[in-house]
Design a protein around this ligand. Structure first.
Ligand SMILES: *Cc1c(COP(=O)(O)O)cnc(C)c1O
Length: 370
């Protein structure tokens, strides 16, 4: 699915040097590279504040805490999603209220948001899934109208952007009140372990998020807020600093691979290739096709040595741990159908045309047997 070794080998000297420098300085916790990376990511995103932390899931929890969300507050989020946004909510006693998604872009359906708003609703989590931005402009409008906060989950879409109706483009992860990023190895910017960050333009939220990620400390051993312990490792920060310099190239490789699949697959009537919405740059963190008899196709590709993944096999409202929220089968028909049909093909920065041709041939052959 990915070729992290190949990606590393191309920049081995720089990475090895960066790691060695951390070891030489032996400032493993909150070393200088952590702050430097935060500043460089802020510059890359064009956002005022970046607070690095241990991973994207923690970043969501810290963002909710920074916003001061309280038990029983409701937060809206897409139901076709990774578990992190609901999990962090559940840990804080917040109630996840799910919203169905668009079947062609997999992102939250902004037209379904308003009817889910109650007097308990406090925030909307906008997840930019698989590499492209949700249609966030109307969501920001709804949030303003109802006094809600917007949290962007940009874990899968760093480097993507959104074009507002004015023509202004902003990077994903810079438009909400407070936003989160993940540097899990397979994300658009991946480190060699876990890593995450929070971004915001709001100095108060930035200050709170920074304190919360460090035990709620203002001055050392002075605890102003209840916090947690969520730090980006210095080693990971040093690696991320190097890789951030290659972001443009990484994004271009993903784009070329995604568009090559599109070109080769779009004429096959038995599958639906991913839609690239006109308002966003699709960074193809994942390449997701939709196909009937998905599991048979997956098995058949596996026999040819082609790995695939299912993101996601079940929508969140039907996951055992989240049944307590009280939803049932049929509540989110689009997400439920997508979970039967989606299939992720390998896509990464090191992909060759030969590999893609092989995958396409194998896929076409298995579709012929349907
Ligand atoms: C990966 C991911 C996260 C969590 O990131 P971690 O760094 O693995 O904790 C959150 N949300 C989405 C949509 C993700 O894909």
């Amino acid at each position: 699915m990915v070729d992290l070794e190949g990606q590393y080998l191309k920049i081995k000297d720089e990475i090895d040097l960066a790691i060695q420098e951390v070891i030489n300085a032996s400032a493993f916790i909150n070393g200088i590279p952590v702050e430097s990376f935060g500043n460089e990511l802020a510059q890359y995103l064009d956002v005022k504040y970046v607070i690095p932390c241990a991973n994207g899931t923690d970043a969501l929890q810290i963002a909710y805490m920074a916003l001061g969300l309280k038990p029983n507050d409701e937060i809206l989020m897409p139901v076709f999603n990774y578990v992190a946004s609901s999990e962090a909510a559940a840990l804080l006693g917040l109630k996840s209220v799910f919203v169905d998604v668009w079947e062609d872009s997999f992102n939250i359906n902004e037209n379904l948001i308003q009817k889910k708003i109650t007097t308990a609703t406090k925030a909307i989590v906008v997840v930019h899934l698989f590499g492209q931005s949700a249609n966030i402009e109307p969501i920001i409008k709804i949030a303003q109208q109802f006094g809600l906060k917007v949290i962007e989950d940009n874990a899968q879409s760093l480097g993507s952007d959104y074009k507002f109706s004015t023509g202004v483009r902003k990077k994903t992860g810079t438009m909400g009140d407070i936003n989160i990023h993940s540097f899990f190895p397979t994300k658009n910017l991946g480190c060699f372990g876990d890593g995450g960050a929070i971004s915001t333009n709001d100095p108060v939220l930035a200050h709170r998020a920074k304190m919360i990620s460090s035990h709620g400390q203002g001055q050392k051993y002075s605890y102003e807020l209840i916090g947690c312990n969520s730090r980006l490792d210095t080693l990971q920060a040093a690696i991320l600093r190097v890789k951030l310099r290659y972001m443009k190239n990484y994004l271009q490789c993903r784009k070329e691979a995604g568009q090559y699949y599109n070109e080769k697959l779009q004429d096959n009537q038995k599958i639906i290739t991913p839609r690239e919405n006109e308002w966003t740059y699709h960074s193809f963190n994942q390449y997701i096709i939709r196909v009937k008899s998905r599991d048979r196709i997956k098995d058949s590709l596996k026999k040819d040595g082609v790995p695939t993944m299912i993101y996601y096999p079940s929508p969140l409202h039907l996951q055992k741990a989240y049944l307590y929220l009280g939803y049932s089968v049929g509540d989110f028909p689009v997400a439920e159908r997508l979970c039967q049909e989606v299939l992720a093909l390998p896509i990464h920065t090191e992909m060759t045309r030969e590999q893609q041709d092989y995958i396409v041939t194998s896929l076409n052959q298995s579709l012929d047997t349907l």
